[in-house]
Design a binder for this molecule. Structure first.
Ligand code: 1GP
Length: 254
């Protein structure tokens, strides 16, 4: 995944699993951010995703600046709207909310963003964003005014991902929403994996190494963890070790 960033990342090999740490600008002060940056460098995090469904502070620009000054890990924007484009970042997930039927998040925000993105150096990653109902309404589904895909309907997720791939989207992001009560089911991840060839990002509610492992084994290419790392920075090392052992096993069988 993230082709144009591979060159910047010395650890990349095709087929590898990747680890993205989601940084929510509302939940980070400078000290906790610096702590996470140091841990992320030590444990070879692949990407920082920066954003959130509803941001109440104006911290995003200073958080990105802090990352760029203190880390070489690529910063990829994970924006809820065109308001959150920041040219200091390396790239942007240009999210099309294909699980929903709200034209604003299928094309409206993209029209507003297009001239800014075209004039920027940001690497654009066209991403089919699929929200999944993991038990309670999330900020993302409420704020986007969309209905997430029911938890036990992997076929709907698979057909949605297929449609996204056929439309030319380059990545699929299956998201249970930040702090989800349960992560997306392995059945759904596997169904999407089977349905498309493009890289699959999976996040939402991953708060144990076992849950991360389930998602990786079901076919996730990129695991995203936000909430639980904010609460327990030590979890970053756990997921990183898991991904490293997964990649080592992959290399051995190559
Ligand atoms: C949310 O997928 C991300 O959009 C990460 O979720 O904060 O639950 O790890 P968590």
């Amino acid at each position: 995944p993230f082709n144009n960033l591979r060159k910047q990342h010395p650890h990349h090999q095709p087929g590898r699993k990747h680890f993205a740490v989601l940084l929510d600008p509302d939940n980070l002060d400078e000290a906790s951010c610096l702590n996470l940056l140091a841990l992320s460098e030590t444990h070879q995090v692949d990407f920082f995703f920066v954003g959130g469904s509803l941001i109440m502070t104006d911290n995003q620009a200073s958080i990105i600046r802090l990352i760029k000054e203190n880390s070489s890990i690529p910063v990829i924007l994970f924006p809820s709207s065109s308001l959150y484009i920041d040219k200091q970042a390396d790239g942007i997930l240009l999210l099309s909310l294909i699980s929903g039927r709200n034209p604003e998040f299928l094309i409206g925000q993209h029209v507003l963003s297009a001239p800014i993105l075209k004039a920027s150096q940001l690497q654009v990653y066209p991403t089919g964003y699929i929200l999944v109902d993991t038990g309670r309404q999330t900020t993302a589904s409420y704020m986007s005014g969309t209905t997430p895909i029911p938890y036990n309907k992997p076929a709907i997720a698979a057909c949605t991902a297929m449609a996204g791939e056929l439309l030319g989207l380059r990545y699929i992001y299956l998201d249970g929403g930040s702090g989800a009560q349960q992560p997306i089911s392995p059945d759904m991840i596997a169904a999407v994996r089977e349905a498309v060839d493009i890289p699959m990002i999976v996040g939402g509610g991953i708060n144990t190494a076992a849950k991360a492992q389930v998602a990786l084994e079901a076919g996730a290419d990129v695991i995203v963890v936000g909430n639980h790392i904010e609460k327990n920075p030590g979890f970053l090392a756990e997921v990183s070790h898991l991904i490293a052992s997964y990649n080592v096993a992959l290399d051995v069988h190559r």
